[in-house]
Design a protein around this ligand. Structure first.
Ligand SMILES: NC(=O)c1ccc[n+]([C@@H]2O[C@H](COP(=O)([O-])OP(=O)(O)OC[C@H]3O[C@@H](n4cnc5c(N)ncnc54)[C@H](OP(=O)(O)O)[C@@H]3O)[C@@H](O)[C@H]2O)c1
Length: 213
């Protein structure tokens, strides 16, 4: 299974606005490019905070006949409101992966809206998540953040590709996350060099593809 991160980032390396959300900073070209990546994927992993804060639409809009990837949402603690696009507009019933901590709560809220898979632990180990997705037969999986989730998969060396769109804004405020947001530096990060596979500029944005060496 191939796992690819897909994120947009400002010129000063931020992936969230000062209000903690991400909206209005990408162009039509970026939205089109996102749909290209999504149309090549069979599942799409979303972080809990991204679903709550951004309420992303994961349906492919640019290509009417494309198969939509299945949403996979990771929730370690608590639950999710059901009035989110991901529960209302997907072609597939979302897969929610949770822990033994919040299984009861998740079942009570989401039983009829999602397939629920609980890990027998209190943490949500990204290796176990990729194992589940592999067993389900997914071949190309997109990880669309946010930065905390990206960090946990990158830290586990589970990411094969990073799609990065550089958007022409500078936010400037300190403390805003970049594409990976963890509590410590990743071990051996300076030996884990990524290889630039493609670089395309369209309008005011640059679309980069980096692969794990
Ligand atoms: N620029 C972009 O392209 C882009 C793309 C996506 C999102 N974003 C921005 O990113 C913001 C959210 O980022 P975020 O980093 O706060 O949240 P996130 O990565 O969307 O979600 C993190 C949460 O997911 C849960 N989780 C479950 N398993 C996890 C694991 N193994 N590792 C880490 N977290 C796990 C945790 O919540 P619990 O422990 O409570 O379950 C954690 O707090 C959004 O508001 C959005 O604005 C930007």
């Amino acid at each position: 299974m191939k796992l690819s991160i897909n994120m947009a980032m400002t010129l000063d390396g931020k992936v969230v606005r000062p209000d903690g959300r991400w909206y209005g900073l990408t162009s039509k070209e970026d939205k089109l490019q996102m749909d290209v990546y999504r149309s090549q994927s069979d599942a799409i992993i979303l972080g809990k905070n991204s679903v709550i804060n951004d309420n992303p639409v994961v349906k492919i809009r640019a290509f009417p006949n494309a198969l939509n990837p299945r949403p996979v949402i990771l929730i370690r603690n608590g639950t999710l409101p059901t009035d989110k696009h991901v529960f209302e507009e997907s072609d597939h019933i979302p897969l929610v992966i949770c822990t033994k901590n919040n299984l009861k709560e998740i079942k009570a809220d989401l039983e009829n809206r999602a397939e629920i898979f609980a890990l027998d632990s209190t943490d949500l180990d990204p290796k176990k998540v990729t194992g589940i997705l592999k067993r389900k037969g997914y071949k190309n999986v997109l990880l669309e953040g946010g930065p905390k989730l990206n960090y946990s998969f990158l830290d586990g060396d589970l990411v094969d590709r990073i799609y990065l769109t550089l958007v022409p804004f500078v936010i400037g405020k300190n403390g805003l996350a970049g594409i990976a947001d963890g509590t410590s530096a990743m071990a051996g990060f300076d030996e884990r060099e990524w290889v630039l596979k493609n670089s395309v500029s369209k309008g005011n944005e640059i679309f980069l593809t980096y692969d794990r060496r």
